[in-house]
Design a binder for this molecule. Sequence first.
Ligand code: SF4
Length: 180
Amino acid sequence: MDNRQTLYDMAMDSGCTAAGWVGKEALICRQEVRDICAGNGCGKYGTTWSCPPGLGTLEECRAKLMLYDNFLLFSRKSDLEDSFDYEGMMEGHRAFAETAERFHEKLRKTGLDFCLLSNEGCTRCKKCTYPDAPCRFPEDQHGSLEGYGLIVADLAAAAGMKYINGKDTVTFFGMLMYNE
Ligand code: SF4
């Protein structure tokens, strides 16, 4: 069986609109990305175990990435009415999070040793337990790509994928990390 083709197909069947492989050398964890997280432009900083500072230090995130040998970047593009369509952007993120969950459920059934990261972190629980209690599903949480210090545009370039998919669209990304 071609494992790569199977996983690619699984991502696309889950609702992704593109996917591509990233080499380990492209995974560069940058403090400056974490500094942008701390500016809290997305409103998630300090609200979930899947974003800084609850996600762990940059060194801890880097160490987690290095546990895996294979990396499949995936994305879902959604259309907007115009570039001010905030509701459409929220809807696009919701659709992406559902796609990541579907992909996760399919992966779980394979018995693969894996972890999923996603744009803007984990949406698994209606309300994250942070900071009052430990994460409910530490093995299954979707850590934030940005929280890991990764520049998503660079990952997309490394994977041969489009970071921006044209006027009046929004594209969210996630990454499957796994060992054979
Ligand atoms: S699994 Fe639940 S508790 Fe853990 S980071 Fe995600 S939303 Fe928070």
